[in-house]
Design a protein around this ligand. Structure first.
Ligand code: HSE
Length: 439
């Protein structure tokens, strides 16, 4: 007998429409492949009038999400509303009604994951969240199941499609930040509030979910160091490139002797590295485990189709669990290993890129080198870039100097920045970026 299960979708926006389109286009194939057939029975949205570019049965549409959750024909509730208030209510209501949930909502999980997973455990239901991290890349399943035999040493990822798209086009075309951000919004990559993307919060939500999967502690947002890409200039992108690096917004999750660092910030990656060559809307996540070693996952990190692919995979997991009566076969999240604590950003050690605008007179480099040397920060290279004025035969007031350091402690680098800002030969606030050496 044909095994069908009913799908109810709350939120008929970009991702919701993508999920409906994928289920309509590939539903039969999915059913033949898995033996269980997903059948859309309800779609709830406040706007059920606008054309989403996909033909739906008008009987599916409702403005009443509570009625969708209560509908006995709905076997799985798919939350694609976004945000952290109404979406949380829908998820808790679905679990209380004894229904499994699929969500793409990384902000909600990062901020209220503890409540959601507690409610799921109490209801003995599943919450699947593949689309919350890495768009179409099945990274949650890879970490939860494929890498279950490993201790995770580190996860380093490019996790925001919007930022990667912006940085890639700035480098390739010299395009201004605001112009490429507008293009990312038009392509459906950016969050409703694009500040979540460019200020690093979206990446931080994803980093928190990844860290919790890796180390068995629901971290939430408290321990994260977060910086975005709003202040990355074309100038620094160009200087980094000349030195053999690309600037990427990175999430770094790393275990050191039982403690964990979780940080999100722009970083220089070698143009020879695999992550350094991930361009456009693509995401990539490098997971290093024991015993597996390095593994790399790559794919579109944002957009209707990529996200829909991940949501549909979760819907099918629910369908298979329903057919086999095997709900909670794999718990969404389970504490599994003690760890010492969070390593604050001040304690990390890394290499640094420093750009200084220095007054053009003899002896200034000496004063800069003394500040860095006194703090035990060793210089790997010093590059004085010829200014535009010098190229035109005029005497420049200040010249850009780019310094790469050897590995140093963040606390010392922060002290150096304070002291450098106070030097009368430093014409503008220094720019500091971390360098991430991979592999
Ligand atoms: N705004 C997000 C991004 C969407 O650009 O990556 C996918 O989570």
């Amino acid at each position: 007998m044909r095994k069908e299960f009913g799908v109810g979708i709350i939120g008929f926006g970009t991702v919701g429409a993508g999920v409906v389109e994928c289920l309509l286009r590939n539903g039969e194939l999915i059913g033949r492949r898995t033996g269980v057939h997903p059948r859309i029975v309800r779609i709830a949205d406040l706007d059920i009038v606008s054309d989403r570019g996909v033909a739906v049965d008008p009987d599916w549409l409702t403005t009443d999400a509570a009625a969708l959750i209560a509908d006995p024909a709905v076997d799985v509730v798919v939350e694609l509303v976004g945000g952290t208030s109404a979406a949380l209510d829908f998820i808790l209501a679905a679990l209380a009604a004894g229904k499994p949930v699929v969500t793409a909502n990384k902000a909600l999980l990062a901020e209220h994951g503890d409540r959601v997973f507690e409610a799921a455990a109490a209801a003995r239901q599943d919450v699947f969240y593949e689309a919350s991290v890495g768009g179409g890349i099945p990274i949650i399943k890879a970490m939860r199941e494929g890498l279950v035999g490993n201790r995770i040493n580190s996860v380093v990822g490019i996790l925001n499609g919007t930022c990667n798209y912006i940085l890639t086009r700035m480098e390739a075309e010299g395009a201004p930040f605001d112009e490429v951000l507008a293009a990312a919004q038009a392509a459906g990559y950016a969050e409703a509030d694009s500040g979540f993307d460019i200020d690093g919060w979206d990446t931080a939500h994803k980093a928190s979910i990844i860290a919790s999967l890796a180390y068995g502690e629901w971290f939430g947002m408290k321990p994260l160091h977060v910086e975005g890409v709003r202040n990355i200039s074309l100038r620094d992108i160009r200087y980094a490139k000349r030195l053999g690096y690309r600037i990427k917004l990175l999430a770094v999750v790393r275990q050191e002797a039982g403690d964990v660092q979780i940080r999100v910030h722009p970083a220089l990656l070698s143009t020879d590295s695999m992550l350094g060559n991930v361009g456009g809307v693509f995401n990539a996540i490098m997971v290093c485990g024991d015993p597996v070693g390095e593994t790399l996952y790559y794919g579109r990190g944002a957009g209707r189709e990529a996200t829909a692919s991940a949501v549909v995979a979760d819907i099918l997991d629910v369908g298979l669990n329903l057919a086999a009566d095997s709900a909670r076969r794999i718990e969404a999240f389970r504490p599994h290993e003690g760890f010492g604590g969070i390593i604050p950003i001040e304690r990390i050690r890394t290499r640094y890129y420093l750009r200084l605008q220095l007054v053009n007179r003899p002896g200034v480099l000496c004063r800069v080198a003394r500040v860095l040397g006194d703090l035990d920060i060793s210089l790997a290279s010093v590059n004085q870039q010829e200014s535009d004025e010098a190229a035109e035969g005029m005497e420049p007031a200040a010249v850009p100097v780019v310094i790469l350091t050897h590995e140093a402690c963040e606390k010392d680098m922060q002290s150096a920045l304070v002291q450098l800002r106070e030097l009368d030969v430093v014409a503008e606030p220094p720019v500091m970026l971390r360098i991430e050496d991979l592999g």
